[in-house]
Design a protein. Structure first.
Length: 99
């Protein structure tokens, strides 16, 4: 079973966390995939697919089980992507209405 607690100092030295640029590089639109929506590492998985699972109470482990090609960093990338989009939307005065 995977654990998502804080990394130890040794883990941080051996496996430094990815920075924002590296994380966001995992997400990009690709022509011919998912209607040119942004996808994760060229897969037919969009950030919104991952984010909707998390928003509906799924654990990181459940997301990784549902999409075995994903890596834990892909989930981090989706969360960062959503945070950045939220910042842009707020700066533009946009709001998201409940469905």
């Amino acid at each position: 079973m995977l654990t998502w607690g804080a990394a130890s100092r040794t883990d941080m030295l051996l496996f430094p966390p990815m920075n924002a640029v590296e994380l966001l590089a995992r997400i990009a639109p690709e022509a011919g995939k998912m209607g040119a929506k942004p996808v994760i590492r060229g897969r037919r998985i969009t950030p919104s697919m991952v984010l909707n699972m998390l928003a509906n109470g799924a654990s990181r482990e459940a997301v990784l089980e549902a999409y075995p090609v994903l890596e834990p960093e892909d989930i981090d990338a989706c969360l960062l992507y959503a945070a950045r989009l939220s910042e842009v939307a707020a700066a533009e005065g946009l709001t998201i209405a409940a469905e």
